[in-house]
Ligand binder design. Structure first.
Ligand code: PHB
Length: 179
């Protein structure tokens, strides 16, 4: 049933007022291009390890998550850990209503270790409705998060990204070192 396929969602506090996010952090969170590319500019090799790729029902989504997406019988969920070299930098969770998985976008169920951004940002039908900035309490400290509702050919998907303690988002002094 659901538990093993749809792990409990961390409770993220989404800011009404994004001004509460420090400017150096907001600079990362408001990245409008591919976060994978932005990370690569830090001079690391980015790898993505899928943790779960499966269909779930609407009841299995987080409440706040379901509110961002239209009703659908099933949603494709992809959860990954993104590594910068060997450090875990980001947790990514993508929720895609089944109706979005039409035509070429059915490729989204076959991404495996290919970073999502490689698909999204090479697609000229991509648009973004909004980015929400947020924070969550974690055993390793408070972590920053963001979620974007994106559209491919006007069909919605929701991407939530949690930035882990070792990511440059939490190390604002980190420098680009590959030009
Ligand atoms: C993914 O491959 O699912 C992915 C990659 C990078 C992100 C978010 C999600 O920033």
């Amino acid at each position: 049933m659901s538990e093993s396929h749809s792990p409990a969602q961390p409770l993220i506090f989404w800011f009404d007022d994004p001004q509460r996010v420090p400017a150096d952090v907001a600079d990362w969170l408001m990245e409008m291009g591919s976060m994978t590319r932005r990370f690569e500019k830090q001079g690391v090799t980015v790898t993505v390890k899928p943790k779960c790729e499966c269909f779930v029902t609407r009841a299995e989504l987080g409440t706040s998550e379901a509110e961002q997406l239209p009703e659908s019988a099933r949603y494709w969920v992809r959860e990954v850990v993104l590594f910068g070299d060997d450090e875990p930098w980001l947790l990514g969770r993508t929720v895609i209503p089944e109706e979005t998985l039409t035509g070429p976008d059915l490729a989204l169920v076959d991404l495996g270790t290919v970073p999502l951004g490689r698909y999204l940002f090479s697609n000229d039908t991509l648009t973004r409705d909004y980015i929400h900035l947020g924070q969550l309490h974690h055993e390793q400290g408070d972590l920053w998060a963001r979620r974007s509702r994106l559209r491919l050919s006007d069909k919605p998907l929701l991407l939530t990204e949690i930035f882990l303690p070792e990511s440059p988002v939490h190390r604002p002094d980190s420098k680009v070192h590959n030009g």
